[in-house]
Design a protein around this ligand. Structure first.
Ligand code: SOE
Length: 397
């Protein structure tokens, strides 16, 4: 159970939790997920480590940010992230912006002594991620890189089984993250298809999750061989337009991984797996057992154990909603399943716990060091694809 979710039961004593002032930069997809989580935590997880006081929200479009303010319930809005960072009521900066806007606000927030949660991937490359890591370490603030899949109960159970030795010696890690939301060549450009705004394509957006799971479940990655590919070279500048703009990132990436402690792994990430929605397969094989997880079946973990009697050996489907499972005591009765948004509630609960206690989010949560090391792997994979050679990874921190 080390480092795994342990929460108070919903019948805890009545207490007045402290409040923490939150400033959110970026109001779209992740801003919405984070805001919902901040607000909903106390409905189910009482007493919360801290109640998020939604102080300020920032975005570039004045009309849209004003609408988001009233919809999510922030006290004020601004179009200047610097103003949000300088706001004395803001104790925590939540950076939910596109990847090119992670660096500067995070550096400023650290310099202002604010605790920070930043969306993944941390930087557009390892240099940016390292600068952010050094800034938060210098400032001594609490920091978290928002790898929300660490907060899926089934994956926390997987980690527990691996750490308890139920899989024996680990041989293989396998991740395949497949989406198809942008398989249509006429689906328009967004920041996700530009190198200057995104850094990488599927590799950064999806691959960073897979690399994080690899590191969190198995351990540090020592070398990588990779191949990246762009299938759709240009896209309409906006929906319905005849004008097209070049895509400057990958649509898909493949990799071979060698872990420092011996296991080997494969990685496949793609935005062009027609029919797949958010299919994130994770498999681990060890000398005693195996695990299988797919994000489209978020509540389930398939487990094979050679220690089972021979006549019942086979993959068992575990519905990870029992009281004994991670987060099992705070949710609905067993079998009343959880969804994707709950991962953000678990994540924010964990982050607020660290903020309230002035501590770190590790080992359960991802720190900026995890974000930096993740970037080193992604950069190595891209370099390997360019050069056709295996890349031995070095971590400066
Ligand atoms: C992209 O479609 C995306 O939303 C990622 O940005 C998220 O990180 C991932 O969880 C789901 O897919």
């Amino acid at each position: 159970m080390d480092g795994e979710a342990r929460l108070a039961s919903s019948n805890g004593p009545l207490k007045t939790p402290p409040t923490v002032g939150v400033g959110l930069i970026g109001y779209a997809f992740m801003g919405r997920a984070h805001s919902h989580a901040f607000k909903a935590i106390q409905y189910m997880m009482w007493p919360p480590p801290a109640v998020a006081d939604l102080v300020s929200i920032c975005g570039r479009n004045q009309d849209a940010v004003q609408e988001a303010r009233s919809r999510y319930g922030y006290k004020r809005w601004t179009t200047s992230w610097q103003e949000l960072v300088d706001d004395p009521e803001v104790q925590v900066v939540d950076n939910s912006t596109p990847n090119n806007l992670h660096l500067e606000p995070c550096l400023a927030a650290a310099a202002a002594g604010k605790d920070i949660i930043c969306e993944k991937p941390l930087g557009r490359d390892a240099d940016e991620s390292r600068a952010m890591l050094e800034a938060v370490e210098r400032a001594g603030v609490t920091h978290m890189c928002a790898f929300n899949y660490r907060f899926i109960p089934a994956l926390q159970l997987a980690r527990r089984l691996i750490q308890d030795g139920r899989l024996g010696q680990i041989y293989h890690f396998r991740a395949s993250y497949q989406q198809s939301g942008r398989v249509d060549p006429n689906s328009p450009m967004t920041w996700r298809f530009r190198r200057d705004t995104a850094g990488f394509g599927a590799l950064g957006d999806l691959g960073s999750h897979s690399v994080d799971q690899a590191r969190w479940l198995i351990g540090e990655i020592g070398s990588v061989s990779g191949l990246t590919k762009t299938f759709i070279p240009d896209r309409p500048v906006e929906a319905g337009s005849d004008r097209r703009e070049p895509v400057t990132v990958d649509d898909a990436a493949l990799a071979l991984l060698e872990f420092q402690d011996g296991p080997i792994g494969t990685l496949e990430v793609t935005r062009c797996a027609t029919g797949r929605k958010n299919y994130h397969l994770i498999e681990v094989n060890g000398s005693l057992g195996s695990l299988h997880f797919n994000c489209e079946r978020l509540n389930e973990l398939r487990f094979f154990s050679r220690e089972d009697p021979p006549e019942i050996q086979g993959f068992h489907d575990v519905l990870v909603t029992e009281r004994a499972h991670p987060y099992g005591t705070v949710w609905w009765p067993p079998g009343h399943i959880l969804g994707w948004e709950h991962t953000f509630m678990h994540e924010m609960h964990h982050f607020l716990t660290a903020v309230a206690g002035g501590g770190s989010v590790e080992p359960l949560g991802a720190t900026f060091r995890d974000g930096y090391r993740n970037s080193v792997v992604l950069d190595g994979l891209a370099e390997s694809s360019r050069t056709g050679r295996k890349v031995d990874l070095t971590y400066a921190s």
